[in-house]
Design a protein around this ligand. Structure first.
Ligand code: FES
Ligand SMILES: [Fe+2]
Length: 388
């Protein structure tokens, strides 16, 4: 195995080391609420095109992109019971990829036809799939997100950059990247540089961030591609929500292909009862607000057609953060395409994440055991519970 293979964190198609490694974990592939009973969707994840469908009984299934007969795209088919029928000639497949119907053919023929399928489970408002080899590990649980509160899977962020740009995002960027959103919420410029340390833990990498005169905080990265944060300011809803609430959040960063990625976001807001319902409604209105999408605005800024300072002041802080992060992370280009980096002290998290990833890829390439990560509860509580 050449060194370049396990140093390569960006390429994730089938057969690549990083792709094989990501496939050893359950990964989210869709928001549960976006796939009603009897509905289908084409998806692309880890450079693979697949078909997702939900049986009329409510179970989600993930099968191959194309029909085994003559290769038509299965997502344009229709669901009956717990099977998906190909639109071209009506062959039908169940969730395990078995062909269960072939109109006009000998009964025995269908028993010889099977397409790829992957196990699915639902958790925290997301559909997860296991795309790896062999029997899947049990689905990871995040007990911090099983507490009472408003649990919402946010709008997935689909960005035109490699997924590792998003994993590489560091806690040191906040006062600079999010300068405009901080100004809008507090009327003050954010503080300057922060001290940052990073250490490897049982779940991945923990960053400790401190700056003079402010409470320190922690950012937790669950290997291989999940950030856990307690966010203030970046809160979907009204500007008052952004000023007064905090959100515990999980982000999964996943490749669509090598140049595009998707982030699945799960928020837990500590409101219950009527206050929770009222917040849910403000959040829905904010998500559905008319106007250009955060991606359209961020792309206009990168083209030089707009300044972040001129983005509509009524936009939610959640969306403004999205725009600000997009500007910097999509703006980096690919690892291979950017000039040589100069990693500095504030890049402790970036360096450690890359080292841990490369160590695991090397172990995978040599057939050695991989580190078994565990996701302990209580990480959320390590951070202060008041906004500001
Ligand atoms: S291509 Fe699917 S049934 Fe013919
Ligand atoms: Fe950010």
């Amino acid at each position: 195995m050449a060194e370049a293979d396990y140093m390569d964190l960006e390429h994730t198609g089938p057969g690549t080391l990083a792709g094989r490694y990501l496939r050893t974990f359950w990964q989210p592939v869709f928001r549960s609420k976006d796939l009603g009973p009897g509905r289908t969707s084409p998806i692309q994840i880890l450079n693979e095109k697949l078909t997702l469908f939900r049986g009329e009984g409510g179970e989600a299934h993930l099968i191959a992109f194309r029909c085994a007969h003559r290769g038509s795209q299965l997502s344009v088919g229709w669901v009956e019971g717990d099977a998906l029928h190909c639109r071209y000639h009506g062959w039908a497949y169940d969730g395990s990829g078995r062909c269960v119907e072939q109109p006009g053919e000998d009964e025995a023929f269908k028993d010889r036809v099977r397409i790829q399928s992957y196990p699915c489970e639902e958790y925290l408002g997301l559909i997860f799939a296991y795309l790896g080899e062999g029997s899947p590990p049990s689905l990871r649980r995040f007990e911090d997100f099983e507490r009472p509160g408003v649990l919402e899977a946010g709008v997935p962020e689909i960005w035109p950059c490699n997924y590792f740009n998003r994993i590489d995002n560091d806690p040191a960027h906040v006062p600079f990247t999010h300068r405009e959103s901080t100004l809008r919420t507090s009327g003050r410029l954010p503080g300057g540089a922060r001290n940052l340390t990073a250490e490897e833990t049982e779940f991945g990498v923990m960053s400790t961030v401190s700056s003079p005169g402010r409470p320190g905080f922690y950012v937790h990265f669950h290997m291989p591609n999940i950030n856990q944060t307690r966010s203030v300011v970046r809160v979907e809803g009204s500007i008052e929500d952004a000023r007064n609430l905090y959100v515990d959040r999980l982000f999964w960063r996943l490749p669509i292909d090598d140049d595009n990625c998707i982030s699945y976001v799960v928020d837990l807001v500590p409101l219950t009862g009527e206050a929770g319902e009222a917040y849910r409604e403000r959040r829905r209105q904010s998500e559905e607000a008319a106007g250009p999408s955060p991606n359209e605005l961020a792309a206009a800024i990168l083209r030089g057609d707009l300044r972040v300072e001129d983005v509509d002041p009524s936009i939610s802080m959640y969306k403004l953060f999205w725009i600000e992060d997009y500007m910097t992370q999509v703006g980096q280009g690919s690892m291979a395409g950017r000039p040589p980096e100069h990693l500095a002290r504030a890049d402790a998290t970036v360096s450690l994440k890359r080292r841990v990833w490369q160590r695991e890829l090397k172990a995978l390439s040599e057939g050695r055991p991989l580190k078994q990560w565990t996701d302990p509860p209580g990480l959320a509580a390590m951070n202060a519970t008041t906004a500001g």
